[in-house]
Design a protein around this ligand. Structure first.
Ligand SMILES: Nc1nc2c(ncn2[C@@H]2O[C@H](COP(=O)(O)OP(=O)(O)OP(=O)(O)O)[C@@H](O)[C@H]2O)c(=O)[nH]1
Ligand SMILES: [Mg+2]
Length: 616
């Protein structure tokens, strides 16, 4: 304390002190505060940018806080004695605790918390917070309303601190809180409960009344004159009267004067132990009552705020309060709408992710029903149901904001990619068919290439739609099969004609050679073979499944024999190349034709030999 006094005295001389002397003063205060943490700024207001911010220290503190958080905030007009009461309650010397300034300027700027959490249950802690005094001259537009909004929303218990007696000014100051109370009561009752409101009346110079309720009744009297200002005042009074408090916290606590000689004693430098013992008893009782009151962490949408969520809430509120001027409702409305929308949007996006992107009409139906479901969920969460839609300011704003998040466009884009790919695939297959890729293996090869293209183009943008793509693949296979069958059926009639022709030709040739020339030829084998082939081919071709297989086997045979066919084709050039019959014969009948020709040639050779032998 001596060190602190030294510091206090030296503070006036600071401009004339050397750097060494200044360091000595600082370290004196530091030594005094050893063992105490430093208060932590939770919300800071930047006068130049007119923005509320959560400083990094607070962000770090809350992101490490695993427990659920309940904030007990002390609010009130400037110089009411908020910081002094907090320090006394926490048994922290004023020079180490919340700033208590004897200057006429505000001691506390923004919102500060004492960084030692008070464990109230295994997973919940209470933090005590101090706020900048309301009603300061020169404060920016709506500053008080915005600060009250932030602190009311963040806190589980809101203690309005008053020095001496609740005045007209105090009631007026609470207007932001009451506007919010009404607002919450109607719209966010379920989603964001208001903190418990309690009054701390400091430095009373009257005997405390027997009951807090009697005092509240007396303080909260409506004004009789019917002026516009009084109407506003009376509205605040009416709301404060019906403001439900948690039963376990006394709605009003009276504190006597902390010291009998306040005119000569400066509280900021008086040790707590030197204060009036009765006052200290009141402070102790106030503290123990508060901690025994089972203060619950703030629930948002039914879930108690953890350190991280508390931090997020604080940041969101600062942002909303900074960008929006005017009513206190705007930041809350936007904040709640955002929270509710975030919860309800996920249902919409899940439904859309599972929607069939290939059917645009179905897609739009899914979008509509998922969006309606999300809206019902949103109204329920944010406002307690659609029936409460009437008399809601800015209803359209929130509804519009919500709807704008639901867009079928992204899904439509996927749809168009897939359908474009499908069209190009089908077109390519048809074009191939038109270009007479009659050989099945070639066709299959091209289809494989196009499929690869299809996947490369479509898969990347809709990788989550594997199911749809598999279905498309099955369709492609069906398409390929039908192309093959079409090809097979057309080939069938072509082959039949060729076989019949070969049959007639072989028979006629055999007749001429045998009867006309008297040779005993093996051509009979050829036409018998053609007959068997014709019958089996007709049977095979009458079954689609066999036909496809038969074509495949023929394809393999032609693959094996293709070098021979090429050789023969080049030998017989140009006759074969331009004659479809010969091409067909070489492609499909080369095995029997070659064997028959060989047998025929052998027969001819043998007959010639026999004839020669007979002549001799
Ligand atoms: N008479 C009297 N003075 C008090 C009491 N509590 C605090 N003070 C004095 O009031 C002045 C301001 O006290 P603070 O605790 O800083 O008040 P505050 O409400 O935190 O002030 P701001 O942060 O500036 O809004 C100091 O000089 C205190 O010594 C009290 O109960 N009675
Ligand atoms: Mg203060």
């Amino acid at each position: 304390m001596v060190a602190f006094l030294l510091c206090f005295v030296l503070a006036f001389l600071t401009p004339h002190l050397s750097i060494e002397a200044k360091t000595a003063v600082k370290s004196a205060v530091k030594n005094e505060c050893e063992g105490y943490p430093s208060p932590l700024p939770l919300i800071q207001y930047d006068d130049s940018t007119e923005e509320f911010k959560v400083p990094d220290q607070a962000a770090e503190f809350f992101s490490r806080l695993e427990s659920k958080v309940a904030l007990v905030i002390f609010a009130g007009v400037g110089k009411a004695g908020k910081s002094t009461l907090i320090n006394n309650m926490l048994a922290v010397p004023h020079e180490c605790g919340m700033t208590v300034s004897t200057s006429f300027k505000p001691g506390t700027r923004g919102v500060w918390i004492w960084p030692t959490p008070i464990q109230t249950s295994p997973d919940a802690v209470v933090l005590v917070g101090d706020t900048e005094g309301l009603g300061a001259p020169g404060a920016g537009e709506d500053f008080d309303a915005k600060l009250s909004t932030i602190t009311t929303l963040l806190s589980s218990v809101y203690i309005y601190t008053v020095r001496g007696q609740v005045s007209h000014r105090d009631v007026t100051q609470l207007q932001s809180v009451t506007v919010m109370a009404e607002f919450f009561e109607k719209k966010f009752k379920k989603s964001l409960p208001l903190p418990a409101l309690a009054w701390a009346i400091l430095s009373t110079n009257f005997k405390a009344p027997d009951s807090s309720h009697e005092y509240i009744e007396w303080v909260l009297q409506e004004k009789s004159d019917e002026t516009e200002e009084n109407a506003k005042y009376n509205e605040v009074v009416r709301v404060l009267k019906k403001y439900k408090n948690v039963a376990s916290i006394d709605p009003v606590t009276f504190f006597r004067r902390p010291h009998s000689q306040l005119d000569t004693v400066e509280l900021a430098t008086t040790p707590y132990s030197s204060l009036d013992s009765k006052y200290r008893e009141e402070v102790e009782k106030f503290k123990s009552d508060l901690l025994a009151a089972n203060i619950k962490p703030k629930p948002i949408f039914g879930e108690a705020l953890s350190g991280k969520r508390f931090l997020q809430l604080a940041k969101d509120l600062c942002l909303e309060a900074s960008i929006l001027g005017g009513t206190t409702e705007s930041p809350i409305l936007r904040f709640v709408a955002k929270q509710a929308a975030a919860e309800c949007e996920s249902g919409y996006f899940t439904a859309m992710a599972q929607a069939d992107t290939t059917n645009i009409a179905l897609l739009h139906r899914t979008h509509k029903s998922a969006m309606n479901e999300a809206k019902v969920c949103f109204f329920e969460k944010a406002f307690g149901g659609e029936k409460n839609k009437e008399n809601r300011v800015q209803w359209d704003l929130t509804e519009g904001a919500l709807s704008s998040n639901f867009s079928v466009k992204a899904v439509e884009a996927n749809h168009s990619v897939v359908s474009n790919c499908r069209h190009s695939l089908a077109e390519n297959i048809d074009r191939m068919y038109e270009r007479k890729f009659t050989v099945a293996a070639e066709l299959a090869h091209f289809v494989r290439l196009i499929k690869a293209e299809f996947y490369a183009e479509c898969k990347a943008s809709i990788h989550d739609k594997a199911g749809v793509l598999q279905e498309r693949e099955r369709e492609i296979d069906q398409h390929l099969l039908s192309v093959k069958l079409r090809e097979g059926r057309e080939s069938k009639s072509r082959y039949e004609k060729r076989i019949v022709f070969t049959l007639v030709f072989a028979y006629a040739l055999n007749f001429v050679v045998q009867k006309g020339l008297g040779f005993n030829t093996g051509l009979v084998f050829l036409y018998k073979l053609c007959g068997v082939m014709y019958l089996s081919f007709s049977f095979i071709a009458s079954h689609d499944e066999y036909l496809v297989k038969f074509l495949d086997i023929f394809q393999s045979l032609s693959d094996v024999a293709s070098p021979f066919i090429a050789a023969v084709s080049s030998l017989l050039h140009p006759y074969i190349r331009h004659d479809p019959f010969l091409v067909g014969a070489f492609e499909y009948l080369y095995v029997p034709i070659f064997s028959c020709m060989a047998v025929m040639a052998l027969n001819v050779v043998l007959s010639v030999l026999r004839w020669c032998c007979c002549r001799k």
